[in-house]
Design a protein around this ligand. Structure first.
Ligand code: ZN
Length: 262
């Protein structure tokens, strides 16, 4: 049992690493693509024949259309992991007697159900909004360079690298924090389904003191609602929840017809 808790499957490290590698690959392609383009950042040949404002418009258009689209499958993977974590923890908690918890019933199935889909779509939308913000930041940074070139102490390749770095770094951070959030939402969803009303906080104390900032929360009990608001505490927070109490344990589990399997 303790091994289940120690090997916390809600850890999103693998999912994050995979998604970050994808993001990096996309940006690498983008860099090659945009550097190969004759218009990128003040190419002398390009500018010779085209009026200045028009060239700027074209460059910005290129940024907008060629910026890599962010794949959101990592959000769903992290969410399903969160659901699985909760099922495991419920099974080992003995708070509930339900064959489904012992057979890991419907872990991935659940992520296709309407309430989970609603949560997932919300997460994806949030991710999309944040990513659009990153795109806009890159585009306005490019525009600033083009409209006000300033002293040309920085080579055009350096300017390009700086702008692309803004996008790649922020996108990486976004992927990391969204994966953690999705895993946490998956946990919350499953606990809600089983009427868990009290949870304690499991703080990850792994190498590099990942969640040193959260140590004061270790083993503290919160209502599920409060814990949902509390976690993740910070970017990269890997704290998770353990069920402590289920509301009205004497009555049968209320099975929402939306969640029954087909
Ligand atoms: Zn934490």
């Amino acid at each position: 049992m303790s091994s289940i808790l120690r090997k916390d499957p809600s850890r999103t490290i693998k999912i994050q690493k995979k998604a970050v590698a994808k993001v990096d690959a996309r940006f690498a392609e983008f860099v090659v693509d945009i550097k190969a383009s004759p218009s990128f950042l003040m190419d002398d040949l390009f500018f010779a024949d085209v009026p200045e404002m028009e060239s700027i418009e074209l460059i910005l258009h290129e940024m907008r259309t060629k910026m890599p689209i962010l794949d959101t499958s990592f959000i769903r993977d992290a969410y399903v992991r969160g659901v699985q974590t909760s099922i495991q923890r419920l099974a080992s908690s003995k708070l509930i007697v339900d064959p489904r918890t012992n057979t890991f019933f419907s872990a991935s199935h659940r992520a296709d159900q309407s309430k989970d889909l609603e949560r997932l779509n919300k997460l994806k939308l949030e991710n999309r909004t944040a990513y659009d913000g990153i795109r806009e930041t890159m585009i306005s940074a490019t525009a600033a360079v083009l409209v006000t070139p300033g002293p040309l102490t920085e080579k055009k390749e350096e300017v390009a690298d700086r702008i692309l770095k803004i996008g790649a770094t922020r996108t990486r951070n976004l992927v990391r924090s969204m994966a953690v959030k999705a895993a946490h939402q998956g946990q919350t969803s499953e606990f809600t389904f089983y009427n868990v009303d009290l949870v304690s906080i499991i703080v990850e104390e792994g190498k590099e003191g990942v969640c040193a900032r959260c140590l004061h929360l270790k083993d503290k009990v919160f209502s599920l609602r409060d814990a949902e608001q509390l976690l993740p505490v910070h970017i990269g927070c890997r704290c998770s929840m353990k069920p402590e109490h289920i509301l009205d344990t004497n009555s049968d589990i209320i099975i929402d017809t939306e969640f029954t399997s087909q």
